[in-house]
Design a protein around this ligand. Sequence first.
Ligand SMILES: [Zn+2]
Ligand SMILES: [Zn+2]
Length: 188
Amino acid sequence: MEEMRRAAAAYYENLPVTNKRYARYIFSSMDKNGDGKIKLKEYSEYLNKDNKTALAHPSLFRALDKNNNGSLDFEEVVVLYYITQSGRALFCKSCHTFLTDVYFSCSQCFFKGDGVSTYEICCDCYGGKKFKHHGGAIFCDNYTLLSRSRRLALQASKEKLSGVLEEIDIEMIEGVANLAVSAGCIIM
Ligand SMILES: [Zn+2]
Ligand SMILES: [Zn+2]
């Protein structure tokens, strides 16, 4: 989680003023009683209202709560903002805890291409074999998958590669409309 906090802080520093203002706005919308702190109740109410039910899971709240004082300050909510904007809101498919820095993902499901059926689990569930998934699944950690994706993109023929890049471009453009962010990248 520490790594994610650093990424979130760097991300926030580079946000345009309007988006920084938007992050403040989200914080104050969550902070129902205006005491500058977000309690678990305010947190889940806000996220359930927005139909972001997976995010309302208490495991994410606990992960965000750096000093374990039972409430979130602005800096901690910035991490939530970063997680939602960068599409890093992933939960273990087995025990449902929030996945922080390193997790394992079924490579067959990851590369299937429909983009919806990925299967990721936390290190504990993977190490303790506490999950049920299809037979023959090959699990890779998220860093390995990232470098594999890059290798695959490079291996693709020139046209295919430009297709991939076009897709990335489209995502980036959509990302600009969607608060200038796509896949954790910041568009300058
Ligand atoms: Zn798990
Ligand atoms: Zn799978």
